[in-house]
Design a binder for this molecule. Sequence first.
Ligand code: DQA
Length: 176
Amino acid sequence: MIGIESSQKSNMPRHILLINGPNLNLLGKREPHVYGSTTLDDVIATVKSQALELGVELETFQSNHEGAIVDCIQEAAGWGPTVKSDEIKERKKVSAIIINPGALTHTSVAVRDALLGVDIPFIELHVSNVHAREPWRKHSYLSDKAAAVICGMGAFGYKAALEFAAKHMEVREDKR
Ligand code: DQA
């Protein structure tokens, strides 16, 4: 189902959603020895201009709240509590999700269930190398279902994830 393709099959631009979870609004200020000095605003500006070059539509979302992230994932499929039924047909479906779930990586069955529920392929992303840190950070509720997992590349990981999502990730025709 999810694999690697060298090019897009459809002429429709891919619609990619980047989600950042709790405390990622503090990138650049928070533990810079672990997460670096690039702010989330810098990351978003970089990937927005990269998206233009790649010819994909990029939407970004950050929240410190688990439920808001679950809502955002549901809305990516045209579902969710804020979407009225007559809007569903009109909404653009998201082709792929890039998610840095922050600490929710290690705790959230709800985020896992939302991603599996919408059946949109996703990339799990971490700025730090979670495998070289506290042992409990090695466990992720998402990795076994992710199309790809990126960690330890610092802020560059966002660029790598976007290029993969735009050019190489297999997505479903009805979600392009
Ligand atoms: C993180 C790693 C998580 O373990 C941590 O809770 C975060 C950030 C990262 O980007 O390296 O908040 O996802």
